[in-house]
Design a protein around this ligand. Structure first.
Ligand code: IMP
Length: 178
């Protein structure tokens, strides 16, 4: 039985763990190749990216630093269109090569906000590594540099992604069905 219920909604199994982790390994291979010798600072966007980040970092062989920021733009199953910064930067980003680590890029608003902030703080370059990307929902024109998997505009949970703070612990990704 692959259908589960979370709060008031039903979800069906969508992307199994082994497929997610193959996609993450592909992203890690690209980063190992592109960022060697650049000592990047990875900024993990909490909460959703924690599981992606843990799996990604296990495969990174380059010299790097890792830090965390906490942002929120989602309430329930849709974007509020307002980004709230809940835990800010505790690292100097001046002159650094930054990789923002996201669980999913949907409209792109959350990262637009963060990229603008990092550019103002004079980061040398800002790139994005995301486990999932919804290209049909994306509303901006910045580059989404490293993408695990592209998906349609469905609401999903699992592997770090939540529905009102539930289901982040699921090792597979599920898609809403009703
Ligand atoms: P954006 O600002 O519209 O790109 O939304 C990005 C954030 O919204 C992600 O980091 C997630 O926290 C959340 N989000 C977007 N789509 C989903 C989804 O399908 N399920 C759960 N959270 C999502």
């Amino acid at each position: 039985m692959s259908i589960i219920r979370v709060h008031d909604k039903e979800f069906d199994l969508y992307i199994p763990q082994d497929q997610i982790e193959r996609a993450i390994k592909k992203v890690a291979d690209q980063l190992n190749r592109d960022m060697a010798g650049k000592n990047p600072l990875f900024l993990v966007v909490l909460n959703g990216a924690f599981m992606f980040a843990a799996e990604l970092f296990k495969h990174l062989e380059i010299e790097c630093e890792i830090s965390f920021v906490k942002l929120s733009s989602y309430l329930g199953t849709s974007s509020t269109h307002v980004v709230r910064e809940l835990i800010g930067l505790d690292h100097s980003v001046h002159g650094r090569n930054i990789i923002l680590v996201e669980d999913i890029v949907d409209t792109g608003l959350t990262l637009r906000y963060t990229i603008d902030k990092l550019i103002k703080l004079e980061a040398n370059e800002v790139k994005i590594a995301t486990m999932l990307f919804k290209p049909k929902a994306f509303k901006y024109d910045y580059e989404v540099d490293y993408v695990g998997l592209e998906i349609p505009n469905d609401f999903i949970i699992g592997y770090g992604l939540d529905y009102n703070e539930h289901a982040r612990n699921l090792p597979d990704i599920y898609k809403v069905i009703s």
